[in-house]
Ligand binder design. Structure first.
Ligand code: ATP
Ligand code: MG
Length: 426
């Protein structure tokens, strides 16, 4: 694309998006609601860097996962190190726990984080290369009650943001004890229909047949539906955990469906895996995915600390959320002349100290033009600062929404503005 002067115009990188002011309030509300809810459950924020050593994800996310094999943003830095823009958050948290010996603190540890993730996905609706996740993790809690509690928390967040028509899919993917025998049966089943699978799944059938369940190709999904089911192979401990988990979900009144083909795209899950999906059709209907990862900390050379968590995609969340954005209330200054302008600057400074949003524009305007400008901007209040007002030290305040006008000193008017705010926000 060329600009006005024939110069090449630079646009945003494919699969990334600017979040413009017209949209950003929705993001702010979603983020603030998430923080508020997570803190109610005892979670604290943990902020990790966007860049990490590539090895962290190769080992954590897993060498056979789609993320590591196809989707990572990896580059070599000036010091020759292999760096990756994080595609998911869990490995970073595990690294931070081990690095700062957070395991020495009383457990369970509960963390949350909201921020951008990066994956070289094929850009389309609901699928971006820089996208955002709301992420929570709990470490050091074996009790299946926590598995249900995090789902209850996710549902609370969704309903607070007006998301309806979602349902929950749950599964158990077993553990080190029961999965190998299942893996063997699964591999046999996959190899028996190998020619009918997509090239990707043909590879997976040798490498890690569990990953076939993750494939989005319809014919592979249909074949996978007939494969042996992990839930028929669970060991005593995993079976009991899965049963208890469902009991606690019932206690919360969360309806769910056991989906034996749900394995999630990450290699590290053990026992519980779940997804919250919207009823809208299509491959991009998963808003939230999560599960347990009881071996991950140890596999990173850390202590024996079990973990569980979920990640919610903010773009997908907002596409189904119904958030009421409160109207912005601000005072527009309609002044005439240099002296009134100076007075306006001082008045605005004082009102802002009272927590009132003010807008003083510097283009010279007639009173009529001030009002049409204020209307266009959607100002709730117009403060008139003219010669008369300057002399009297009393100003006219017009309520643009109710066509009423007040006269008073700045202090009086400030309390009118704040009074209305309080009345309206209840
Ligand atoms: P999908 O199967 O849709 O590719 P995933 O299994 O790769 O999802 P997770 O790694 O579990 O997803 O990430 C959790 C959530 O993050 C997803 O449920 C989704 O809401 C969101 N998400 C994942 N990848 C993207 C993306 N490329 N763009 C936007 N949101 C995404
Ligand atoms: Mg994916």
């Amino acid at each position: 694309m060329s600009g006005e002067q024939g110069k090449k115009v630079i646009s945003a990188i494919k699969g990334t998006k600017d979040i413009l002011p017209s949209e950003v309030r929705l993001w702010q509300i979603a983020e603030a609601t998430a923080r508020e809810i997570f803190e109610l459950y005892g979670y604290r924020e943990l902020r990790a860097p966007v860049i990490e050593p590539t090895e962290l994800f190769e080992r954590g996310t897993g060498a056979s996962s789609d993320i590591v094999t196809k989707e990572m943003y990896t580059f070599t830095d000036k010091g020759g190190r292999s760096i990756t823009l994080r595609p998911e958050y869990t490995p970073s948290v595990v690294r931070a726990i081990i690095e700062h010996r957070l395991d020495l603190q009383p457990q369970p540890l509960r963390f949350y984080y909201i921020g951008p993730m990066f994956r070289y996905d094929r850009p389309q609706k609901g699928r971006y290369r820089q996208f955002h996740q709301i992420d929570i993790e709990v470490f050091g809690e074996k009790d299946p009650a926590i598995d249900a509690e995090i789902l209850e928390m996710a549902h609370r967040l969704l309903s607070s943001l007006g998301v309806t028509g979602v349902f929950t899919l749950v599964n158990s993917v077993g553990c080190k004890k029961c999965r190998p025998a299942y893996g063997q049966k699964l591999r046999e089943a996959a190899l028996a229909v190998k020619e009918q699978l997509c090239p990707d799944c043909q590879r997976k059938s040798e490498l890690n047949p569990l990953r076939i369940f993750d494939c989005k190709v319809e014919s592979c999904r249909a074949l996978a539906a007939g494969f042996p089911r992990i839930t028929d192979f669970l060991c005593e401990e995993c079976r009991e955990h899965f049963k208890k988990f469902r009991e606690y979900l019932d206690l919360y009144g969360i309806s769910y469906r056991v989906e034996p083909t749900l394995v999630r795209g990450l290699d590290y899950y053990t026992k519980t895996a779940f997804e919250i999906v919207t009823e809208e059709a299509g491959a991009q209907n998963a808003i939230c995915g999560g599960g347990r990862y009881d071996d991950m900390v140890r596999e990173f050379g850390g202590p024996d600390l079990c973990g569980i968590g979920f990640a919610m995609g903010v773009e997908r969340l907002l596409s189904v959320a119904r958030i009421k954005v409160p109207e912005r209330s601000f005072v527009y200054f309609a002044y005439l002349g240099e002296e009134a302008k100076k007075e306006s600057l001082k008045l605005a400074r004082n009102l802002r100290s009272e927590g009132i949003e003010c807008l003083v524009e510097f283009k010279e305007r007639k009173m009529k033009d001030h009002f049409s400008r204020a209307n266009k901007l959607g100002a709730e209040w117009v403060l008139i600062v003219g010669e008369d007002e300057l002399r009297k030290g009393k100003f006219q305040l017009k309520d643009m929404t109710k066509a009423r006008q007040f006269e008073g000193s700045l202090i009086e008017l400030a309390s009118i503005i704040k009074g209305k705010k309080i009345l309206e926000t209840g």
